[in-house]
Every structure is written in structure tokens, then in C-alpha cells.
Ligand binder design. Structure first.
Ligand code: CU
Length: 153
């Protein structure tokens, strides 16, 4: 009797935890000086999804000073930058169907913004991830670390 009610209680806790998917909000700006507003974005370990909004605070059009926000493992960044240049403007400088791309916004020009929502459940807490703009020539200045905190010990 006691044992079965304990199992029921544990099961109920597990079920309610699984149905709660926390979405964490992030924002970042890009400007006409080819800069992001931050070099590091950090999320808590309990985030299941991330909703990131990129805002272009400048005035130049996307064809001249477009920005996007692309997330990869740090080790994959250069390969995705190169593939993005080949993909071209029509593909927002992001290679289509490339598994190395964890998330990407579209390319925005001055005054525009875009939001991408993605799951971080399969990413590694404390792992080495990079975000960058894949517009040709921008990633050297426009890149940073994407940090998923480890749960408190
Ligand atoms: Cu850019």
C-alpha cells in the first residue's frame, strides 16, 4: 500500500516535469558598424527552448550590411561560414539542410528584426557553441560564445 502510493507520487512528478517546456528569451542587436551588441549569450540549464530575436538597429539595407544570427558548435563555425557564402544571399547565407546549423534567423537589414525559436534539449550543457553573422566577411567581427550553464551542483 505504502509502496504503491510512493510510486504513484514519483510518476506524477515525472509527468508534470515532462510537460513543462521552458522557453528562454534572448535578444541581440546588430548595427551598421558590423557589430553585435554582445560577445556572449548565456542561458540557464533548465531552458528547453530558446527564442532569440535579432534586431538590426542600423539603416543600411540587407544586401549591403545584412545581419543574421547563426548558432553552431564552435568547431563547425568556419565550415558553415564557407558553406553560407556559397549558398548566397537568396539563402540568407545559410547552407540549406546543413546539420551543423543548430539555429539561424533570416538575414535582416536596417530597422528589421527576426526571431528564431529552437530546442536546446539535445545541446550539451557547458558545451562549446558559437554564434555569428554569416554575411560574407562579417563573422570575424560578429561572433561570440553561446553558453548553456551547467545545473548547480
Ligand atoms: Cu552581419
Amino acid at each position: 500500500m505504502l509502496k504503491s502510493s510512493l510510486i504513484a507520487a514519483v510518476f506524477a512528478m515525472g509527468a508534470s516535469g515532462a510537460s513543462y517546456a521552458k522557453t528562454c528569451q534572448l535578444t541581440i542587436d546588430g548595427n551598421d558598424a558590423m557589430q553585435f551588441s554582445t560577445k556572449e549569450l548565456t542561458i540557464d540549464s533548465d531552458c528547453k527552448n530558446v527564442s532569440l530575436t535579432l534586431k538590426h538597429t542600423g539603416k543600411l539595407p540587407a544586401a549591403a550590411m545584412g545581419h543574421n544570427w547563426v548558432l553552431t558548435k564552435s568547431a563547425d563555425m568556419q565550415a558553415v561560414v564557407a558553406a553560407g557564402i556559397k549558398a548566397g544571399l537568396a539563402s540568407n547565407y545559410v547552407p540549406k539542410g546543413d546539420a551543423k546549423v543548430i539555429a539561424a534567423t533570416k538575414l535582416v537589414g536596417g530597422g528589421q528584426s527576426d526571431t528564431v525559436t529552437f530546442s536546446v534539449e539535445k545541446l550539451q550543457q557547458g558545451g562549446d557553441y558559437a554564434f555569428f553573422c554569416s554575411f560574407p566577411g562579417h563573422s570575424a567581427m560578429m561572433s561570440g560564445k553561446f553558453v548553456i550553464k551547467k545545473p548547480a551542483a
